[in-house]
Design a protein. Structure first.
Length: 343
């Protein structure tokens, strides 16, 4: 089966074509058009993003079909939640029209479920059962994946997402948007010196069943960075503060993920989302879990950030289960992860 995927949840217009069945899937094409204009404003402007998607959606899809070598498509999968509603509506509207005109099925895909599938497109062993850490600009989720379509949501951020914290701290440090890559590079060549920030929502006496055992919170860490910036010579301490911030955030993500892998006896950990590109996070996760024989899989930057290949892959899974969306498919800014089972 050949599936056309469409992704417009934020500021990337993306289309992809995948082909296969089950976990034997080949990526035939992937086109991603990023909107660099948002760097001027230090963050994504929803109205600008929506208008840019309107301009880009047709040529992006057409290029993906050319790259795939054929316009023969069996179904269309499109992100319909969560995300910026105006941006989502561009992709959803186009996908429904494309599918209706060709008489093929359309299926809405949850953006975060797409991230669960993304790594398996590059690593055939990144399949259930596994522990998943999804870290992006808008979400931080810790999920136990028992099987495709069967997910236990163990923890989530109670305030800022990890990627959002990177962006806000980068702004405090005078670094460009998006902040994650800039902090990662600066921290890699810096020492934390006298700076050390508390690991948020992480205590030695926490036990499984505690409400904060798996949850995350990064707003206090962001405030600690703000206080450090205000009380220091920023030019002299920028690198040290960046390193201390990243160490605190990475340590928290690694510890919570290790807890989940141990609790559910998982031999695989899969990272997803834009923050999965962070080199320190991937390295620390592998160092922490390798002694227990746990494999850690991380996608390359192209599949870690928002892309249509992961949407097509998740759509293929649902299509093979006989699921279809109707033409009243709508876009939603927020929606629970599908397939949730009791934690």
């Amino acid at each position: 089966m050949r599936v056309l995927g469409i992704e417009t949840s934020c500021d990337e217009t993306s289309a992809a074509v995948i082909e296969g069945t089950g976990d034997l899937v080949t990526q035939r094409a992937l086109v991603i058009l990023s909107q660099d204009v948002h760097r001027i404003f230090g963050g994504v402007v929803p109205e600008i993003a929506s208008r840019a998607h309107l301009t880009a959606i047709v040529p992006v899809v057409e290029q993906a079909l050319r790259d795939a070598g054929s316009s023969e498509i069996d179904a269309v999968a499109v992100t319909n939640a969560p995300g910026l509603v105006g941006a989502l509506l561009v992709g959803v509207s186009y996908a429904k029209a494309y599918a209706f005109a060709r008489g093929i099925p359309v299926i809405g895909v949850h953006h975060m479920e797409g991230h669960l599938f993304a790594t398996a497109l590059e690593h055939p062993d990144a399949v259930p059962p596994f522990t998943a850490l999804l870290v992006s600009g808008g979400h931080t989720l810790l999920v136990d994946v028992e099987a495709w379509g069967q997910y236990r949501l163990l923890g989530r951020t109670r305030d800022d997402a990890a990627g959002e914290a990177f962006d806000k701290v980068a702004k405090l440090l005078g670094l460009p948007y998006p902040g994650g890559p800039h902090i990662d590079r600066l921290a890699a060549r810096s020492e934390s010196g006298d700076y050390r920030f508390a690991r948020p929502m992480l205590r030695r006496d926490q036990q499984p069943g505690d409400s904060d055992f798996y949850d995350f919170s990064f707003s206090g860490l962001k405030t600690a960075v703000l206080n450090a910036v205000r009380s220091s010579d920023l030019e002299a301490s920028r690198g040290a503060i960046a390193r201390a911030f990243q160490d605190a955030l990475v340590d928290t993500l690694v510890e919570k993920t290790a807890r989940a892998a141990r609790q559910f006896n998982r031999a695989r950990v899969v990272l997803g989302g834009g923050v999965a590109c962070n080199t320190s996070l991937v390295r620390a996760m592998r160092e922490r879990l390798s002694s227990r024989g746990v494999q850690v899989f991380a996608p390359t930057p192209r599949l870690a950030t928002d892309n249509a290949a992961m949407i097509a892959r998740a759509g293929l899974f649902h299509l093979e289960r006989g699921e279809r969306s109707t033409l009243d498919l709508n876009a939603f800014a927020s929606q629970p992860l599908p397939g949730l089972v009791a934690a």
